[in-house]
Design a protein around this ligand. Structure first.
Ligand SMILES: N[C@@H](CCC(=O)N[C@@H](CS)C(=O)NCC(=O)O)C(=O)O
Length: 207
């Protein structure tokens, strides 16, 4: 059986879980809890992913796959519902670029979280964190202005990544509201959040 090294708080893991739900493959994967950070990688599957990151998908008869983009694509190729998440070119290139933008939002937000949560206050660099946050806001503005057409049609990996990125902002950055001035994204996310796959993969309470 496939084993997914996993944390319910990770937005990248959530992408993988969303693909499993949307393509009806939840039962094909068992979950192995993992957790950690660059400062504390002991709970990470470093023997399987030398980068020490999750998600990582262990295959009984092949190499371990890592990076959510690789895992999602692999899982999507297992059946037609999964394959539909990746439309044919030329639309594919736009869908993959939307996914890359949403992943970049997660990367920048996670960098801010690590800076604020892991680095001692006296060593923090607010300008660096704000520079990362600007990547978040600039990307959301770009999606609001130019990408809403891609949010209207059937679900794609781009939409899944965006849903996970916005869910992560709500989960970790409630003090930095992203909805103001972005009515199209706000409406879309409210509708997308009602999908069974989104409800089933919601992160735990931030606490
Ligand atoms: N590009 C990777 C990013 C994965 C990632 O950064 N995951 C975080 C958890 S949210 C992690 O494992 N962090 C631990 C670390 O960076 O050492 C992907 O898409 O899978």
């Amino acid at each position: 059986m496939l084993v997914l090294h996993y944390s319910p708080a990770s937005p990248y893991v959530r992408k993988v879980m969303m693909v499993l739900h949307e393509s009806g493959q939840v039962g094909a994967v068992s979950l192995a809890p993992a957790g950690g950070s660059p400062l504390d990688p002991a709970g990470m599957p470093t023997g399987l992913n030398p980068l020490g990151k999750i998600p990582a998908l262990e295959r009984p008869d092949g190499c371990t796959l890592y990076d959510s983009r690789v895992i999602c694509r692999f899982l999507a190729e297992q059946n037609s519902a999964g394959a539909a998440l990746y439309p044919a070119p030329p639309r594919l290139w736009e869908v993959l670029t939307l996914e890359a933008t949403a992943d970049g939002v997660m990367d920048a937000a996670l960098a801010v979280r690590y800076e604020l949560a892991l680095r001692p206050a006296a060593q923090q660099m607010p300008a660096w964190a704000e520079g990362q946050w600007t990547k978040v806001t600039r990307s959301l503005d770009s999606i609001e202005a130019r990408w809403t057409g891609h949010l209207a049609g059937p679900v794609t990996i781009g939409q899944i990544a965006l849903g996970c990125a916005l869910g992560y902002l709500d989960f970790r950055f409630a003090d930095r509201p992203w909805r103001a001035g972005r009515p199209a994204l706000t409406d879309w996310f409210a509708r997308f959040s009602a999908r069974p796959a989104m409800l089933a993969t919601a992160p735990p309470d931030a606490g």
